[in-house]
Design a protein around this ligand. Sequence first.
Ligand SMILES: [Zn+2]
Ligand SMILES: [Zn+2]
Length: 256
Amino acid sequence: MYIDSHCHINFPDLADKLPEVFDLMRQNQVSHALCISVELERFPDILALAESHPNVYASVGVHPDHEDCSEPSVEQLVALADHPKVVAIGETGLDYFRLTGDLEWQRERFRTHMRAARACRKPLVIHTRSAAEDTLRLMREERAGEPGGVMHCFTESLAVAEAAMEMGFYISFSGIVTFKNAVALREVAAAVPLERMLIETDSPYLAPVPHRGRTNQPGYVMHVAEEIARIKGLAAEEVGEITSQNFFRLFTSAVH
Ligand SMILES: [Zn+2]
Ligand SMILES: [Zn+2]
């Protein structure tokens, strides 16, 4: 059993073929998926998916890369998160790779999400790219360790992973860990304890080997588990089992 802790199945590439997406999940023993919000405008679609599929959860938040969308307030996020299938706040964080210039608005938006997560006691889904130092600094300033959460699609150094784990965060690996050139990331994965790890697709992006270049989907998360298993000398099933337990502990506070 595997769980995709971060996907965007509401994006057109996947939303247009959901029956196939769910079929492949079943075939590959992917039991659950967390569908991640990137804009409030698109949140109703995600909530509808979570409400109509028992094995789909939702998050609420606004992605740090999205500029032309409505800016969330703490109150708004807390209100939208007040639903049993909404299990996380995000994705949020900092991205100095995709956007440049004065990004104070991005840091303010990140703070808003962390304040909302503390207020509603739901964990954070954090995206960080070329901004690790500021991400960790803001996490400390806003006491992100109180709600906890996950550093999603992790591509940073072991030092960054350790700093996040010290705050109680989980580290989530995507299909990037299967890429040929991801030698340094595999070393990070070797050092992060399985008990602190989640797996994800970030689909429709970043399809893992052997599907690289195709549209990614939650059913492919087993290939991430297989790679982690190779790195750690374990069976893929064991990686699936432990990361699934981690998922439920973090997002539903109940190990199923
Ligand atoms: Zn992201
Ligand atoms: Zn994402």
